[in-house]
Design a protein around this ligand. Structure first.
Ligand code: FES
Length: 146
């Protein structure tokens, strides 16, 4: 597990949205790269969000040598380190997000493997989601009205 220094982490907030409906219309990696190019460069970057976003944040900071912590949100089943559902590759090691994380060095995480593993139950998740909404409509018929 990575530990952040116990100091104030940031004094600047840059809001970005894909469609520009709030803040700047940009991917988060755009202002991140601009910040990495500042002098002095930041000492740390922390990325929390969708795996693909964390992957590209880590790829943005990598050439600048800025330590980048990511907070992984893998599938979890038992949360005890026994089932392996949350297994990730970090550098040359196998880690379990539930007991070894959830924060890791973003430059060492194998995001492609993690994203592939997270999609394993996509079909079942979609069916469960649809089933949930069907049951909700039966339970609360007014939800089904347009
Ligand atoms: S959730 Fe089962 S090992 Fe982490």
């Amino acid at each position: 597990m990575q530990c952040l220094p116990s100091v104030a982490l940031s004094d600047e907030l840059i809001v970005c949205t894909d469609d520009g409906s709030r803040g700047r219309k940009a991917l988060v990696t755009e202002p991140l790269k601009e910040i990495c190019m500042r002098t002095p460069a930041p000492q740390w970057a922390v990325a929390i969000g969708p795996p693909i976003m964390m992957k590209f944040c880590a790829e943005t900071t990598r050439p600048f040598g800025i330590r980048t912590i990511v907070s992984l949100n893998t599938i979890m089943v038992d949360g005890s380190g026994m089932c392996g559902g949350c297994r990730v590759s970090v550098g040359t090691k196998t880690k379990f997000v539930c007991v070894d994380g959830s924060e890791f060095d973003g430059h060492l995480v194998d995001f492609d493997n993690m994203i592939t593993r997270m999609a394993v139950y996509e079909k079942q998740e979609r069916r469960a989601h649809e089933r949930y909404h069907q049951l909700e409509k039966k339970r609360q018929p007014e939800l089904g009205r347009e």
